[in-house]
Ligand binder design. Structure first.
Ligand code: ZN
Length: 132
């Protein structure tokens, strides 16, 4: 087994940032029907930065390990930095090429985080609109 596969297993067995954030700024649930992976991400956003990130759910080793690594990675990042994080960055982060069959597993948490961000930004627009 190579070192990257070991890291995937290690994150799967001992996931980082697993759980919920009470009063999260935003959360988003995402499901991957081809594998059955089920993830909800929670983001605590303050002053335009991710103060805390957690995930909850269940799924295969790749989906869980990538959620664990990604939530580690995005803590402290700004909204702009998060927007620049795409599939290519995620693949570099997890250190393996999941291949087409497992790509959806690997990107599920990224997709959930992107959608949460989108939702959050719209919420901000609504809040500022209310003040006008
Ligand atoms: Zn999966």
């Amino acid at each position: 087994m190579n070192i990257y596969a070991e890291e995937i297993i290690s994150h799967y067995e001992h996931p980082h940032n697993k759980g919920k954030i009470a009063n999260a700024s935003v959360d988003f649930h995402e499901y991957n029907p081809t594998c059955g992976d089920d993830i909800t991400v929670y983001l605590d956003i303050r002053d335009g930065k991710v103060r805390d990130a957690k995930f909850d759910g269940q799924g295969c080793a790749i989906s869980m390990a990538s959620a664990s690594m990604l939530t580690d990675e995005i803590k402290g990042k700004s909204m702009a930095e998060l927007e620049k994080t795409g599939v290519k960055e995620l693949i570099e982060l997890i250190g393996i090429d999941p291949g087409p069959a497992r790509l959806k597993c690997a990107t599920l948490s990224l997709k959930a985080i992107k959608k949460a961000l989108f939702l959050y930004q719209h919420k901000e627009v609504d809040d500022s609109t209310k003040e006008l």
